[in-house]
Structures are given as C-alpha cells and as structure tokens.
Ligand binder design. Structure first.
Ligand SMILES: Nc1ncnc2c1ncn2[C@@H]1O[C@H](COP(=O)(O)OP(=O)(O)OP(=O)(O)O)[C@@H](O)[C@H]1O
Length: 298
C-alpha cells in the first residue's frame, strides 16, 4: 500500500470504557482520503469519545487508531489533524483576527490567514470581539480554527449547531470544497436531514457500536415501510387498519408506520371516508435512524 492509499483514518477494534460505561464498543472503521463522513447517534452514543480518540486526547482501552498512518497523538502534533470540538474554548476578549493570528503562529505549515478567512467565511467577522459573536458566527470561527494548520483530517463535532438554514447550506458548500482538495472530514451531527443530503457516507453509532454504515440513501432503503399521515380518524382507528404496524398522534392528525401502505390506504378510504390530508411517504433517514436505534433512549 502506498502512502496515498493508506486510509486517512483507521479504527481497528477500538473500545473505550469509563467505569461501568462502555462509551465505544469494538468499533472498526476506515475512512479513505477525501471522504465526508457523518457520525450519527443519540446523546451518549459515543460520537465525542470516538472523536477525542481520533484526536489523541483520549486513548482507547483496547484496539488501535491510525490517522494518516500515524498514532493520533503523533498525527496531531505534526498538524495532520484539525478539530472543532463541541465547546472548544475561544478567547472571548480577543478579536477574531487577533485570535486567529495567535493560533496561526503556532502551526508549522499554516494556510495564509486570508485563505482561512475565505474558506471558513469569517472575513466579515475579523474585527469583531469573539465574546460578542452569535452562536452560528462562533461556529464559523471554530471552523476557521480547524482549518488553520491545513490539516489532512478535519474532525468536527456538531459543526452546524446554531447556524441558520442559509449559513448551514453555505457551510456544506465549503465542506465539500475542502474535501475536493483531498481533505478527509469526519463530523458528528444530530441533523439527520443534512447527513442524508450532504454527507457521502453515514455511520450510525448506538451504545458505542456501529449499527449502520453507508450512503444515507442506502441506510434508508435498508428499512422497509412507508409512513402514512392522515387527518380525521383517531390513532386507534388508523392502527386497526390492515398494513399498519403502529400509529401515533402528531401535530395535525395521525402518523402511522405501514408494512403495506397500499392495503392501508384502500382500507382507510373505505372505512373512513372523512379522512383528509392523506400523505404517504417513503422512509427518511430519520425513520431509519429511529428504527435502528429503537429502545436506545437512556
Ligand atoms: N470522561 C468521561 N467520564 C465518564 N463517562 C464519560 C466520559 N466521557 C463520556 N462518557 C460517557 O460515555 C458515553 C458516550 O458519551 P459521548 O459524549 O461520547 O456521546 P455522544 O454520542 O458524543 O453524545 P452527545 O450527542 O450527547 O454529545 C456517555 O454515556 C457518557 O456519559
């Protein structure tokens, strides 16, 4: 295997325990260079712990991690990894420019500051005090910090929290731009919609284990069943229809999961002619996620 064929990230049989809690449980994962991978999981699924081990902040209890073929601590100290962690401390009294300059001077082979500002869309924030930034602006600054050292692997923990829809869309355009330049991006997110549409690969973690791995559309296809929405009949009436596995009340009417949506629809129209606002939709990544992680609430 030549240097550029080595996966950017290799995780082999990694387990991490905190006392009784197994935060990461025998995880195997290889991420090729240039891939954008979204890590999904409920609160406490182990995403941050995995990120921290990739970054070399925490060591695995068992198994091995390589980033760019090196141990994470070594890869970090050589500037091969850039990270944006959830509550990464920024200097509230400094301006964005002075903080980025300071951090810039600490890197061995930094990107020019103007290029970082452009790539992370913080040029208009440079003279602002960090403590006065909005949540979404702060996230852009954190992204800039992650890009400063021109790292090969970029780890982002919930990078789009606090961003409005437009900023989030723009952020993803930037992410793809960075990936096209050969950088590898692993990001944790709770936004299933963005993982489905924006990331080329989705890995679902549940109680520390990988329970699904592939393009969002593939994960969605792996679960069967359509969703039926209807206004009029009660949840119990909808649940009693043939082809319906369960039905619950939602904001406007009833939301049902179907094993056979054709049979359900035929019976619905026959038995409940007052039914209206009927929608049948294929499962989304959100449905798949909920189904895969069912019962995982802790
Ligand atoms: N330093 C620690 N000491 C003890 N337990 C920890 C520690 N770090 C994480 N845990 C536990 O490990 C499990 C996984 O936590 P982790 O933060 O990795 O999950 P997560 O998927 O990132 O969650 P979230 O989406 O809420 O950020 C949780 O049960 C958490 O309480």
């Amino acid at each position: 295997m030549t240097a550029d064929q080595i996966p950017a990230v290799q995780v082999h049989g990694v387990t991490k325990r905190f006392g009784e809690i197994t935060a990461v449980d025998d995880v195997h994962l290889e991420v090729p260079a240039g891939q954008v991978l979204a890590l999904l999981g409920r609160n406490g699924a182990g995403k941050s712990t995995l990120m921290e081990m990739l970054l070399g902040i925490t060591r695995p209890g068992a198994g091995e991690i390589r980033v760019g073929g090196l141990a994470p601590q070594e890869a970090s100290s050589r500037g091969l990894i850039g990270a944006m962690l959830q509550n990464g401390a920024l200097l509230p009294e400094e301006t964005v420019r002075s903080m980025l300059r300071l951090l810039h001077s600490l890197h061995a082979r930094p990107l020019p500051l103007e290029e970082v500002a452009e790539r992370a869309d913080v040029a208009d924030l440079m003279s602002r005090r960090i403590g006065k930034l909005s949540g979404g602006q702060m996230q852009r600054v954190r992204f800039a910090v992650a890009l400063l050292g021109d790292p090969d692997v970029i780890l982002l923990d919930e990078p789009t929290v606090g961003m409005d829809v437009e900023t989030r869309r723009d952020f993803w355009v930037r992410i793809r731009h960075v990936a096209r330049a050969g950088r590898t991006i692993v990001l944790a997110t709770h936004y299933l919609q963005e993982a489905e549409t924006e990331a080329e690969r989705v890995v679902v973690l549940d109680r520390g284990r990988i329970i699904a791995d592939g393009p969002g559309a593939e994960i969605t296809r792996s679960i069967s069943g359509r969703t039926l929405r209807v206004v009029g009949p009660s949840p119990a009436e909808v649940a009693a229809l043939p082809g319906v596995s369960e039905a619950v009340a939602d904001a406007e009417g009833v939301l049902a999961r179907c094993t056979d949506s054709d049979a359900a629809l035929r019976a619905l129209l026959r038995e409940h002619p007052q039914a209206r606002g009927i929608e049948i939709s294929p499962p989304s990544l959100e449905d798949a996620f909920l189904r895969l992680t069912e019962g995982a609430v802790r």
